[in-house]
Design a protein. Structure first.
Length: 324
């Protein structure tokens, strides 16, 4: 089923909140096994969907396909596979799309991707696409309405547009929004945002999108802070604004991992509460393949049952039923 249909169906009940979990392909076989065990436990809480990333530059293509297929057919959760244009001529794009289609997946997060390793600027590969809008257009032209297509949105504008002072110029921000609208007009039906830590920036972004006629659901991407160094690295890479009060809270506890995690859960909970209070009833959690913080936030919000949190389902490894 398309995620957009699930979200639309849920929105008929104004009190219903839906949530989803993002994972990335682990580097080792043991890591993959652990991920599926964790996923089983997390899926028991009934997320509306789960998604799996496409490694930078297409580095995890086969593994992402394999994991996506298992998520849909064995973990039995509605699955969205990320797909980027980096190093992907159209034949490879179509191989990936055919594979997930033949395994019953109906959801794709269509992305341009970052520049190939060692390059500063994104370069269109020969026979490939220049931006996510081209990929959306291709999917709609070749696969009609089969796929639900999600795209990335950037509440602070895409990092390429952000200047050395950490902000996009008003014109850069406007252009970024106009381009986002063109991705929706090309056939995308859902937006998931880049991580952010200033909830007001996200709420303004949603409002700005509505002003220019973007009507599809905009799902906030929430990344719980799990450790200080990772948080600084990720926000630096994404050029995400860190509000002063968050920095002030983290600075004295930055070497105490448990305290940082607890603060991350508190912050994530408060951010989600504010978002929900503004009538946005979909939450997307960047889990970084960890379950505790994401589940603790959902528990604090009353969205999952505490009694189910420690429930562990055995992971079964059936014969290979996939066509990769
Ligand atoms: P696009 O939407 O094509 O464009 C990015 C920006 O470039 C635009 O915001 C705009 O500022 C500018 N731009 C591009 N084309 C035009 C145009 N024609 N006119 C005007 N401006 C234009 N990366 C991975 O490698 N794997 C993943 O699985 C992955 N998942 C992600 C999931 C989410 C929710 C997000 C937010 C990001 C993810 N990324 C992932 C990172 C993403 O690949 C990078 O941010 C990349 O630099 C841009 O991809 P995009 O699809 O947003 O690009």
């Amino acid at each position: 089923m398309k995620i957009i249909e699930k979200i639309r169906a849920a929105s008929a009940d104004p009190n219903r909140v839906v949530f989803s979990f993002e994972f990335f392909p682990p580097k080792t076989e043991d890591g993959v096994d652990n991920l599926f065990e964790r996923m089983d436990r997390m899926v028991a809480h009934n997320p509306s969907f789960c998604d799996i990333t496409w490694g930078a530059g297409g580095t995890t293509a086969d593994l992402t396909l394999e994991i996506a297929n298992k998520m849909q057919n064995i973990v039995c959760v509605e699955t969205m596979m990320h797909l980027t244009c980096t190093n992907m001529p159209v034949e490879k794009i179509d191989h990936a799309l055919h594979t997930i289609k033949s395994n019953g997946l109906q959801n794709v997060l269509a992305l341009r991707g970052d520049p190939p390793h060692g390059q500063d600027k994104f370069v269109q590969v020969e026979g490939g696409f220049a931006c996510a809008r081209d990929l959306v257009q291709h999917i709609r032209a070749k696969y009609g309405d089969y796929f639900g297509i999600t795209i990335a949105g950037y509440p602070e504008a895409h990092p390429d547009v952000i200047e050395s002072d950490g902000l996009a110029t008003p014109e850069g921000y406007r252009n970024d929004l106009a381009y986002l609208k063109s991705k929706v007009d090309a056939g995308a039906d859902l937006i998931v945002t880049q991580l952010f830590y200033d909830t007001d920036i996200f709420l303004k972004f949603v409002n700005d999108c509505r002003q220019i006629g973007i009507t599809c659901p905009i799902v906030p991407g929430i990344m719980p802070i799990n450790n200080y160094k990772g948080f600084i690295r990720m926000t630096g890479f994404c050029k995400t604004k860190i509000p002063a009060d968050i920095m002030a809270a983290l600075e004295p506890i930055k070497d105490n991992e448990e305290a940082v995690k607890a603060y991350g859960i508190h912050l994530g909970t408060e951010m989600c509460k504010k978002i929900l209070a503004h009538g946005i009833k979909t939450l997307h959690l960047y889990t970084l393949n960890m379950e505790k913080s994401a589940l603790a936030i959902l528990m604090n919000l009353g969205l999952i049952e505490e009694s189910k949190v420690s429930r562990s389902l055995p992971w079964r490894r059936p014969a290979n039923v996939f066509r990769v």
